[in-house]
Design a binder for this molecule. Structure first.
Ligand code: ADP
Ligand code: MG
Length: 722
């Protein structure tokens, strides 16, 4: 019965709140758990440090001749932080983080024990890779891959279930050199951006050009639910979302929650999270309530894309771990509660370098503005040409609940530029460049400063891909996802467009065209071919959905089943191959792995829905029915006629639910499919629809059955009791 539910409410309302701690000074916490460059400099011989620093800046593999010295210094530092173990941390194709822990202990020939950590094990590790999805890249008989330290991401210590562990961020590749992880393609995509951006910058007349790389700042949304409740919800525990549950009477219409006061208990939790992040050198910056009750957000200062990605993974880990310590369950799922706002991860992205600065920043001179327009034009071309790829990299079973649900961007990829910038590009398209504002923007030597907006001001929240002053913000990314995939896609399409621009510019300049004229010509061509992707209106509206597809020729791919097969298209394969980011084999393996994950998570959910309906909802309904029947028959005994309509109603709902449960169970036992694509479609359409059917009846029963019998914590309770 609902004893457990009542008990949970009792425990929660009577809990002792952890007291506020006076926050420590930032300088006392900052990066204390990271083996930073400064710490390396302190502990390493000068020549070794110099060589290591060079390696870090170029991203090349560590020089083996210095690896032993670096390893020893790293170990000594880690042991001074009480570490007993070390782990190569890597990022498999699931959205999780994986690590293999080893002890520093090494048994000597004479049986004595010393702590050992050689350069060899720092540089290379061999996890049992066979347990990680690889999409058929390695068959199990050649199961091993290896991990290798990514020197551009610093090592750190972290308290885990094992105790304190030295964690070393690594890439994970097969012995034949194929990327089995998310980090390797990210590093490759970054160097593709570097090469192509350098070409363009040279053509624009720069001579001093530092390495160009991408940056990322990811805003993470999440829900907190009291663990007492979560423990009584098998769906939350196993699927990360509620598969059943009637939306509360008091819902999201109470928008005052947004930016409202953060509840005290949550604030104390956030404080602990932030301390932990600061110690790991993660620059957490903003925190606030989100739209839904129980929903919050954390965002860091942006960092280089590779480090930001590692830090984002760590942030998710720490949110989950710290939540447990505070009696919460942290839900990173994109849609934990039906009918309540979901969670996303806005990925803010820009490219730049030390010498030219942020290349997506409009700048203060006409020259800088022309350069900005070139890079911005490259993004426009890329997003139009490869919009379906951007859709594919955010395609997961859980994110499908969010995209297109009028709270998150639609599944149609378009760009928002802001009115002024859109106007500039429209003028370019029309060739209206003389005497206008645009002439000032483009031509060097004009006195009046151009008016490219620093901040578009009017933030359009309905666009999946928005220019926000000096960066683009990709808003279709799911809260539970690694940011690596989206960053790889953005970097790769940008690199491709920059190469295309560089080719064109070279050609024009060779023919003697003046630089500005050449730029204008190329941007005009981009706008003519790709300007259709720019849209400043309401992305949620019906009209846009119609117009995007019918007039603009943009794709609307509502489900993962529609979006993932994009990865198998020829022009996508060629793009990744040409840019040196993913080989055709690596790309295909990604399609296989992601498709597998989609099917697996839907299968787990389908089984769970059926199970909960049968073993929780059905017995509860029967119990209530029997109570009602007893009462009715007692009434009859004393000559009164009771009303049978409620009994009939509940009985009908229960029977209907069980019919749908049977259909669902039959549906997931179908096994013959022509192709993976066909199976994806079947799950997206048939299986998901049946899950919704079961839920419909279960939720209707929740509305009828006596509250004191209902065993599952309700939406009302989970979202409002703190
Ligand atoms: P909002 O909620 O208005 O979208 P936030 O301030 O919450 O904005 O988050 C903005 C994110 O964008 C932060 O992580 C911030 O560091 C990041 N950001 C700012 N400038 C850049 C840039 N040039 N490149 C990448 N990310 C950036
Ligand atoms: Mg944002």
């Amino acid at each position: 019965g609902n004893k457990s539910r009542v008990q949970a409410i009792y425990e929660i309302t009577n809990r002792k709140v952890k007291p506020f701690k006076t926050p420590k000074k930032l300088e006392e916490m900052w990066a204390t758990d990271v083996f930073t460059l400064a710490k390396m400099q302190e502990s390493l011989p000068k020549s070794v440090f110099k060589s290591l620093k060079k390696t870090i800046q170029t991203g090349e593999p560590l020089d083996v001749s210095i690896a032993d010295v670096v390893a020893t210094a790293m170990r000594d530092w880690a042991i001074s932080k009480n570490a007993l173990y070390y782990a190569h941390v890597f990022y498999p194709l699931t959205n999780s983080t994986a690590e293999k822990h080893d002890s520093f202990v090494s048994v000597q020939g004479d049986g004595s024990v010393i702590s050992e950590f050689s350069g060899k094990v720092l540089v290379k590790g061999e996890p049992d890779g066979s347990s990680f999805p690889n999409g058929g890249i390695r068959s199990t008989f050649e199961a091993r891959g290896y991990t290798a330290w990514d020197v551009t991401s610093p090592a750190y210590v972290m308290e885990t279930d094992n105790g304190v562990t030295l964690c070393i961020p690594t890439v994970f590749v097969s012995w034949t050199g194929e990327a089995l992880d998310k980090k390797t393609p990210l590093l490759r995509s970054n160097s593709a951006v570097n090469k192509s951006a350098r070409r363009v910058l040279e053509l624009l007349g720069h001579t001093d050009i530092a390495p160009v790389s991408s940056s990322c700042g990811a805003e993470q949304e999440y829900f907190l639910v009291d663990s007492h409740f979560a423990h009584y919800r098998p769906d939350l525990l196993l699927a990360g979302r509620t598969l059943l549950g009637k939306p509360p009477a008091k819902g999201q219409e109470f928008d005052d929650h947004y930016f409202g006061a953060i509840p005290e208990r949550v604030q104390i939790f956030m404080q602990d999270v932030e301390e932990c992040l600061y110690r790991l050198g993660i620059p957490a910056k903003t925190r606030h309530n989100e739209v839904a009750p129980g929903q919050f957000e954390i965002a860091p200062f942006f960092e280089s894309a590779n480090v930001a990605t590692d830090h984002q993974q760590l942030t998710m880990t720490i949110l989950r771990q710290m939540a447990k310590k505070h009696g919460f369950t942290c839900l990173l799922h994109e849609k934990p509660f039906a009918g309540i706002n979901g969670s996303g991860k806005h990925v803010n992205w820009s490219v730049g370098n030390r010498t030219q600065g942020n290349l997506l920043d409009p700048g203060d001179t006409p020259h800088a503005n022309a350069q900005f327009l070139v890079f911005c034009g490259a993004v426009i071309r890329g997003v139009h040409k490869y919009g379906t790829l951007l859709r594919a990299v955010v395609a997961t079973a859980s994110n499908d609940h969010r995209l297109g649900a009028n709270e998150a961007p639609p599944a149609i990829i378009s760009i928002y530029l802001g009115t002024q910038l859109e106007d500039v590009f429209e003028q370019i398209r029309k060739g209206e460049i003389t005497g206008s504002q645009l002439a000032q923007v483009m031509n060097i030597g004009v006195d009046t400063l151009p008016e490219i907006p620093k901040d578009p001001g009017d933030r359009n929240r309905t666009s999946p891909f928005a220019f926000t002053g000096n960066r683009f913000e990709f808003r279709a990314v799911g809260s539970n996802q690694s940011v690596a995939g989206p960053l790889v896609a953005m970097n790769t399409i940008l690199a491709d467009s920059l190469n295309w621009i560089a080719d064109k510019l070279e050609e024009e300049l060779k023919q003697g065209t003046e630089l500005n004229t050449a730029i204008q010509k190329i941007l005009k061509e981009i706008m003519e071919k790709h300007g259709n992707v720019i849209f400043g209106g309401n992305g949620y509206s019906e009209e846009w959905h119609k117009m995007a597809v019918e007039e603009r020729g943009l794709a609307n791919l509502p489900t993962t089943a529609d979006a993932l097969p994009v990865l198998k298209q020829k022009h996508i394969e060629e793009l990744f191959d040409r840019m040196g980011v993913l080989s055709p084999k690596e790309l295909e393996s990604r399609f296989e792995v992601y498709a597998e994950q989609y099917l697996l998570s839907l299968e787990v959910e389908a089984k769970l829905v059926a199970n909960m309906a049968k073993t929780i909802v059905y017995p509860t309904a029967m119990k209530y029915l029997s109570q009602l029947m007893n009462t009715l028959s007692s009434l009859k005994d004393i000559g009164l006629e009771g009303d049978l309509s409620i009994v009939k109603h509940i009985s009908t709902l229960t029977n209907e639910m069980m019919v749908q449960v049977q259909k669902l169970q039959d549906a997931i036992s179908v096994h013959d499919f022509e192709s993976t694509e066909a199976k994806l479609q079947y799950f997206a359409k048939t299986v998901r629809a049946l899950m919704d059917e079961v839920r419909k009846y279960a939720d209707a029963l929740e509305a009828e059955i006596a509250d004191e019998l209902w065993p599952l914590p309700t939406y009302q309770e989970m979202l409002f009791i703190k």
